[in-house]
Design a protein around this ligand. Structure first.
Ligand code: ATP
Ligand code: LTN
Length: 334
């Protein structure tokens, strides 16, 4: 608890360009929850280097991501928006928690297996211990809730296991966090392969809608979206392409799948694709405009980065000192 409010933590990697999946499954929920909780929204740049990065590019993407958090509607005066690499407590707690995590547990992580397959030439130890760093992010702030898409649930489970294990040995040190998965938009699928999640690292640019895509590009991507030959609009697992379009439409319009199905009853796939495309264009427009404005205001963004890193450091250090004492590190003498 901070000032009587429960704590919320979440983060995104500064790899690739954010997609509609990241927006619908994460960012939008963050904004909706930001009044109710004391929030920490992190640009997890330490996680990014588990995959090889071009340094100048990573720096630029990290800054763009931080600005996108704000452009999407998070008020930086109320929400702590910061870079993970500016708060050394993340790495320090991660080391300690590595010593409370088993190889067998990490071996079971599907993201590790997927990424190892994708980056077979660079299966580094950081990729393996990625979930421990994520657990440290969350536990460092004594977080109560963690909004994430379904794909991150396994990492949340391991975070809870590590925290419970540590607490069982040393007493109540960590708050046990709960995952928060939004009702809609939790898993937006690829427009080219609706069996696969939409991902910012997909090589096919037509598979994902990027937050910065212009209106024509968005409409074109929806027109090309893979569907089926059943020629009927239902919200069903047997029609994953159509289901995904309805899901996107509902997430952004606030309508229920039943309402959407009724609205498009008897109409063709072309109509549905156009309506979804236009809904996405309208939803992204204000974010894009605000992002363009923020990009021009360097001093304002620099100020936010400085102040919020200080705030995050303050709370992180509080937890870290407690943990260090518990495990038996010598007291700091000043
Ligand atoms: P990468 O392709 O680099 O693994 P990603 O697109 O999967 O990236 P992450 O950085 O792993 O994105 O995720 C950021 C947040 O967005 C997480 O909370 C994740 O659950 C959510 N998210 C990612 N993809 C989707 C999706 N297709 N639908 C809903 N939520 C998503
Ligand atoms: N692993 C997450 C990003 C992430 C995160 C976190 C999310 C890193 N640390 C802490 C929530 C809380 C991902 O790939 N989406």
């Amino acid at each position: 608890m901070i000032d009587g409010k429960k704590v919320l933590f979440s983060g995104m990697q500064a790899t690739g360009t954010l997609t509609l999946g990241n927006f619908a499954g994460a960012l939008r929920n963050w904004v909706a929850l930001s009044d109710e909780y004391e929030c920490f929204y992190c640009v997890v740049d330490l996680h990014s280097i588990t995959v090889r990065q071009e340094p100048a590019e990573l720096r630029k993407r990290a800054r763009n991501l931080l600005m996108l958090y704000i452009a999407a509607g998070l008020d930086p005066a109320k929400n702590c928006i910061y870079y993970q690499s500016h708060v050394s407590g993340h790495a320090e707690l991660s080391w300690i928690l590595n010593c409370f995590t088993y190889m067998g547990e990490l071996n079971r992580m599907t993201q590790f297996k997927d990424k190892s397959r994708k980056h077979a030439d660079n299966i580094n130890a950081g990729l393996f211990t990625y979930p421990v760093l994520m657990a440290s992010d969350i536990l460092l702030f004594q977080s109560d809730v963690v909004p994430v898409g379904i794909d991150q649930m396994q990492h949340l489970e391991i975070t809870r296991d590590i925290a419970q294990r540590f607490n069982a040995i040393y007493g109540d040190v960590f708050t046990i966090p709960e995952a928060y998965v939004g009702k809609t938009g939790a898993k937006i699928m690829s427009l080219q392969d609706p069996e696969k999640k939409m991902s910012k690292s997909d090589e096919n640019p037509n598979a994902s809608v990027y937050l910065m895509d212009d209106a024509d590009t968005i409409i074109r991507k929806f027109k090309r979206a893979v569907t089926d030959s059943e020629a009927r609009i239902c919200y069903s697992d047997t029609q994953p392409g159509i289901k995904n379009l309805i899901e996107i439409y509902c997430t952004l319009s606030g309508k229920s799948p039943e309402e959407a199905v009724r609205e498009f009853e008897g109409r063709g796939y072309g109509d549905l694709k156009l309506a979804v495309g236009e809904t996405v264009v309208d939803a992204l427009k204000p974010v894009q405009e605000e992002f363009a404005r923020l990009s021009k205001d360097k001093a304002y963004i620099d100020g936010i980065i400085r102040e919020n890193a200080d705030k995050a450091n303050y709370y992180a250090t509080k937890t870290l000192r407690r943990v260090q004492k518990k495990v038996g590190f010598p007291e700091r003498i000043r």
